[in-house]
Design a protein around this ligand. Structure first.
Ligand code: ATP
Length: 298
């Protein structure tokens, strides 16, 4: 009885989730592909000259809607080749930082500098060539795993593909697929798990080989084993690059050179993991909450 009643609802829920997921994916595609009309190259824009890739946020204020300020004056520097992780409660404005650095939007006040050059003064093409993004959720194409990893770099040879797959910890997975590199993935092929998709994104980014890296960590919890593999892959990817980690799970922040704790568009704490834990403030509280959640299981 109850079961009979429950099942159609369940089927409906399943279909609904499918549609909703597809819509979310489309939104993300738009976010990735759409060119914000307001952001255009300055008439005298020059190509970015990226030496070490130092990233500096200088008095950055930002609002999507002028009535609702999101970032309220941020100052921080990611020295060339170093890693800075940004943590904080949901809605604090963490992902907004990466959108501003990639120049999907311009700051309302203040500047963002890469090796001393204002991102508004350089061509968008050169800016985006210098920055690799591993997004929260990667959009896969209905094509082979080879196409998906080599996306943007069709000329990549097999040796290069093997190298990046190895570094992204997805080589063993690919070797185990029925058709290896030629296995179809995506909606109409093999469905990859969240962790596998993230590793595809890491491999893709390694192929691009950008001096600056933005890691927008997935919100969803992964099992401990996957989490470790991804952490290792991310650590590898970050080596030698200026890296901004937008951390939703705190798993990748422990080794960061500096951790920035944001709340409501402001920096409320900063320092290394050890220093912030010892201080017993906002970061320590976030950390404790996360440890509890991990122990309780997903
Ligand atoms: P989370 O950890 O949940 O991903 P976050 O710290 O990354 O959160 P952001 O995505 O930077 O938060 O969003 C900060 C605020 O800006 C949120 O309140 C959000 O609602 C708002 N916001 C984000 N994108 C837009 C947009 N395109 N238009 C208007 N408001 C937006």
């Amino acid at each position: 009885y109850l079961l009979q009643l429950y099942q159609p609802l369940n089927v409906f829920g399943f279909v609904y989730r499918g549609v909703k997921e597809a819509l979310n994916e489309m939104e993300r595609m738009f976010e990735l592909l759409s060119v914000n009309q307001e952001v255009q190259d300055a008439p005298d824009a020059r190509p970015l000259v990226c030496a070490g890739g130092e990233v500096r946020f200088d008095g950055v204020r930002f609002a999507y809607d002028p009535r609702r300020p999101i970032l309220q004056g941020l100052d921080f520097t990611v020295p060339a080749g170093h890693t800075v992780a940004v943590v904080g409660p949901t809605g604090a404005g963490k992902s907004t930082l990466s959108r501003l650095l990639y120049r999907f939007y311009d700051t309302t006040q203040g500047r963002i500098l890469i090796d001393g050059q204002d991102v508004r003064a350089v061509t968008q093409e050169s800016l985006r060539a210098a920055i690799g993004i591993v997004p929260q959720d990667t959009v896969l194409f209905n094509d082979t795993i080879r196409y998906n990893i080599a996306y943007g770099w069709p000329g990549a040879d097999q040796a290069e593909l093997d190298r990046v797959a190895e570094a992204a910890q997805i080589a063993t997975f690919i070797r185990g697929l029925p058709d290896g590199w030629d296995t179809m993935v995506g909606e109409r092929g093999l469905k990859l798990s969240g962790g596998e998709k993230q590793r595809v994104a890491i491999a893709r980014t390694l192929l691009k080989n950008p001096p600056i890296l933005i890691l927008d960590e997935a919100t969803s919890a992964l099992d401990t084993h996957t989490e470790r593999e991804i952490q290792a892959a991310l650590r590898d990817a970050a080596r030698g690059r200026t890296t901004l980690v937008i951390a939703h799970r705190l798993s990748t922040v422990v080794d960061a050179d500096e951790i920035i704790v944001m709340d409501a568009g402001r920096i409320v704490e900063r320092g290394s993991h050890a220093v912030l834990l010892a201080r017993g403030g906002a970061y320590a509280a976030l950390w404790a909450r996360q440890q509890e959640a991990t122990l309780a299981g997903p």
